[in-house]
Ligand binder design. Structure first.
Ligand code: NZQ
Ligand code: ZN
Length: 385
């Protein structure tokens, strides 16, 4: 096992009806800014539950954070925070609202041009306002990690940053809030969680037995309960398992002490930056092709994945690996997430553009062996057409 440090200070408050306890988690006397997205939380009553729980507190609202949260919008919230002396943030929504709130929290106290938070990938961050979250979409694990991804459409950029000061103080996870999700977002979330796990699991063996078994358990849960969430949208237990699965997929636990890949994500971010494609959809397109093109490097873990996750034990090594990759693709397709670029109207002209974006963003040596170059990404994208 590799050496590691594990730190995760986020308190999780999980279950039905837990939103009403939210004010207990916020220091008394705080000036609170509640942040949210395009209005789903207002339409479905989650914002009402939050506001009721905060009765008697000093609260303002900032709505309109987009999916793939936009830098210019977030900077308006930063102005509001600075001009009104807000000292606690509460994000209510999915990964985009939480990521956006992490940026607001860090930018509000940042000296200098806040864009540098992103261009330095967080290394220039020295602190952030405290914040909590009320999660409504299981996918990113942003509710229990210290990362965020911010877009700036005017320059086709979608960049991530990470810093320990942007771990949420707490996150309320009420699976009942996820019942209103459109099927498309449920599927995006399942694919996103799946790929978070494979980024930390399908690399090369490092003797991380616990991490491997844990990752396999999460993948099997997604395969078992993902389709059920679409067939039985009101099934609370299914929603609860998916929600906790998504959180555990990227809260640091399964990635501690093992190599990590993340090439699928980094290339996916460029596809979103250029074409506006949902995050989950970019991953569904890229993962099968990444695994196929890089299968010799990932051979041992792919064979383990084939056997333990998909129960494939017959045939030669190559056959089993190909079968596991095809089962992965079929799983995404079964959730109605298409797995090639053409299905989204994107042609081969994207290939040089994505490669150029990667170079521009310094993403020239991706993957667990730092050997995924823009040239290799071109080959991967060719097989995604
Ligand atoms: O904006 P509103 O009106 O709230 O609607 C949202 C949005 O349109 C809607 N929604 C959310 N909860 C709902 C709901 N609709 C009905 N009922 C509910 N309960 O769903 C739409 C998508 O929301 P969004 O927050 O964009 O989705 P997601 O949670 O998948 O977040 C995606 C963003 O997270 C980043 C992605 O790159 C992308 O920008 N990621 C963040 C990570 C992290 N912080 O660690 C890691 C991930 O790999 C990912 O990159
Ligand atoms: Zn993701």
């Amino acid at each position: 096992m590799l050496n590691f440090k594990f730190y995760n200070p986020t308190r999780i408050i999980f279950g039905k009806g837990r939103i009403k306890t939210v004010s207990r988690e916020i220091p008394r006397g705080s000036k609170i800014l509640v942040t949210y997205g395009g209005g789903s939380v207002r339409r479905h009553g989650v914002l009402d539950q939050v506001m009721k729980a905060l009765e008697g507190c000093d609260v303002r609202e900032f709505g309109g954070i987009e999916p793939n949260p936009e830098y210019d919008t977030l900077m308006k919230a930063v102005q509001l925070v600075r001009s009104t002396g807000i000292d606690f943030l509460l994000a209510v929504g999915g990964g985009s609202v939480i990521d956006g709130t992490k940026f607001i929290a860090a930018a509000a106290v940042f000296e200098g041009d806040p864009w540098e938070i992103l261009t330095s990938f967080g290394s220039k961050v020295s602190g952030a306002l405290p914040f909590g979250t009320v999660l409504t979409l299981p996918a990113t694990s942003s509710e229990m990690n210290d990362g965020a991804v911010i877009s700036r459409r005017s320059i086709n950029a979608k960049l991530h940053f990470a810093h320990p000061s942007v771990f949420p103080r707490f996150s309320v996870l009420d699976p009942a809030t996820t019942i209103t999700l459109p099927p498309e977002q449920v599927s995006n979330g399942i694919v996103d969680t799946f790929v978070h796990i494979t980024e930390q699991y399908i690399t090369y063996p490092a003797g991380g037995k616990i991490q491997d078994r844990f990752a396999e358990g999460l993948l099997l849960t997604l395969i078992e309960d993902g389709p059920k969430a679409l067939l039985e949208p009101e099934n609370y237990d299914v929603r609860a398992n998916l929600m906790w699965c998504a959180t555990l997929g990227l809260n640091g636990l399964i990635g501690a002490g093992v190599p990590q890949d993340w090439a699928t994500h980094m290339v996916g971010h460029e596809l979103t930056a250029l074409y506006g494609l949902d995050h989950g959809k970019t991953l569904a397109i890229l993962l099968p092709a990444m695994l196929k093109v890089r299968s010799s490097d990932k051979r041992e873990k792919l064979l383990q994945y084939a056997e333990r996750v998909w129960g494939i034990t017959q045939g030669g090594d190559d056959e089993r690996i190909d079968a596991a990759i095809e089962r992965t693709r079929a799983f995404f397709e079964s959730l109605n997430v298409r797995t090639n670029l053409g299905s989204y109207g994107i042609s081969g002209e994207c290939i040089p553009r994505v490669a150029e974006q990667l170079r521009r963003h310094g993403m020239t040596r991706l993957g667990e062996r730092a050997d995924v170059t823009p040239e290799m990404v071109k080959k991967i994208l060719e097989s995604c057409l």
